[in-house]
Design a protein around this ligand. Structure first.
Ligand code: PA5
Length: 444
């Protein structure tokens, strides 16, 4: 499905200051061997590993599709892990091949929401409300708006709303029970950002026309064949961070269809590994900041910094090796500036620039990993999802932190609830901030 090339992070190519030595790799592989063995033994109990063998996923998702195939539009209401996986799947499908209109609303900017809802035919729309907790304010506020609208139009809410949420807890589950709305479960041991291979990602996917069996097949293939490769990948990124100070990881796909996948990875890596405390509550402040760049576009924007700015990054370049025949015609042949392009395909140009960037990074001794897919199909995408989920979970062990929680983001939520006057939340912190908020310069 895909290959991973580590030559560009090795000291023999980029020097010992920035690259890992063979000796070091051997030493740390031995050091973490027991940790890896324990992970191999125990990981099948993790929610995201169990889910890929849940047979009900495909049958129930197929049934969901059949029951709702008369809708023209699917609008997904969800955020973070409840949206990014579906966006990544949608991104690999050519817009012309999408079997239905699928919109994924993962923000609450009133300007974009207003524009979107103004153009939406509610009668022809199924709303898939996805929230593991069933309590997320952004998703619930979107839901309330749409629910109110559907009711005011005299439409049957039971037809127009389907939930994906915790099997027992949370507001959405409660409402589904009270109002008799269909609600698909997200297993309790499956966290948001690890949930793409559950109903969270697969219900939107089947509506788009994706082959969800293939997605799951890709994940299972990684589970069967690639645990060792996952160990290497996680260990190398960990060593580059902790021993070579590569605090940032840039995911740079040379493939527009992997742009949303890179955003999905970015959330997974950031929210899982960015932790203040270790497992014994000791202060660690771990993590590696993910940055998403776009090949070739960001060669004209970010690359200068990656090459000559602080040497605190490792670059992961992603490329699909599939070809698409799109040829530059044999014109303007007498102009030296463009004649070399005559009769070349865009594949050739894309490839040349990809290699050019890699070469420039290596020359500047910036560590770079190449991940290349034979083709970008559903199986490969499923494989990529699972590979990075495994790697994130295992990296949690390397850093000695819990990759499945996100305690830091709670503070901001509490301040916002206090501001909105939610019962049980104080507005004190917000009031204390007022002095700071009022201290500003005016520019005319
Ligand atoms: O990974 C996570 O747990 C988060 O990013 C969640 O996906 C996000 O906060 C949305 O949560 P929920 O699915 O409960 O609405």
């Amino acid at each position: 499905m895909f290959t991973v090339n580590y030559s560009g992070i090795l000291s023999e190519h980029i020097g010992e200051k920035d690259g890992l030595t063979g000796r070091e790799i051997k030493y740390f592989k031995a050091q973490f061997e027991q940790e890896f063995k324990a992970f191999v033994k125990e990981h099948s109990k993790l929610g995201f590993c169990q889910i890929i063998n849940d047979r009900s996923l495909v049958t129930e998702a197929t049934e969901f599709y059949k029951q709702n195939s008369d809708f023209d539009n699917l609008v997904v209401l969800g955020i973070g892990g409840s949206a990014l996986g579906a966006k990544a799947i949608k991104n690999i499908i050519s817009p012309a091949k999408l079997s239905r209109n699928v919109f994924i609303l993962d923000n609450i900017d009133p300007f974009s929401l207003n524009d979107f809802f103004e153009g939406l035919d509610f009668e022809k729309t199924l709303f898939l409300v996805i929230s593991k907790s069933g309590e997320t304010v952004e998703t619930l506020s979107q839901f309330m708006y749409c629910y109110g609208k559907v009711k005011s139009l005299g439409l049957d809410a039971k037809r127009h709303f389907v939930f994906v949420t915790d099997p027992e807890k949370g507001f959405l589950r409660k409402l589904a029970n009270e109002e008799g709305l269909k609600a698909y479960p997200v297993p309790q041991n499956l966290g948001g950002r690890f949930s793409v291979l559950s109903f969270v990602g697969l219900l939107p996917a089947i509506f788009m026309g994706a082959d969800i069996q293939e997605i799951l097949k890709g994940a299972k293939s990684i589970e069967k064949n690639c645990l060792e490769q996952m160990f290497d990948f996680s260990l190398f990124l960990y060593l580059l961070n902790t021993r070579r100070d590569k605090k940032n990881v840039v995911m740079m796909p040379y493939c527009d269809r992997l742009g949303e996948f890179s955003q999905w990875f970015s959330q997974l890596w950031a929210e899982s590994l960015g932790k203040k405390e270790g497992l014994n509550r000791e202060i660690l402040r771990t993590g590696q900041t993910p940055i998403v760049a776009r090949g070739v576009t960001d060669q004209h924007s970010q690359l200068q910094l990656y090459l000559e700015g602080p040497k605190d990054k490792v670059i992961i370049m992603l490329k699909s090796l599939e070809k698409k025949e799109l040829r530059i015609p044999e014109i303007l042949t007498h102009h030296e500036s463009v004649s070399y392009l005559c009769n070349k395909t865009f594949d050739q140009l894309f490839e040349a620039e990809y290699l050019g960037t890699y070469g420039a990074l290596i020359k500047e001794k910036v560590p770079a990993i190449l991940i290349e897919t034979e083709r970008l199909d559903f199986k490969t995408l499923g494989g990529l999802f699972y590979f990075f989920e495994l790697s994130t979970a295992f990296s949690g062990r390397l850093y000695g932190i819990n990759p499945f929680d996100q305690p830091g983001v709670e503070t901001g939520k509490k301040i916002a609830f206090g501001y909105l006057g939610r019962a049980g939340f104080s507005s004190e912190e917000f009031s204390a901030m007022k002095v700071m908020l009022n201290d500003k310069f005016v520019c005319h």
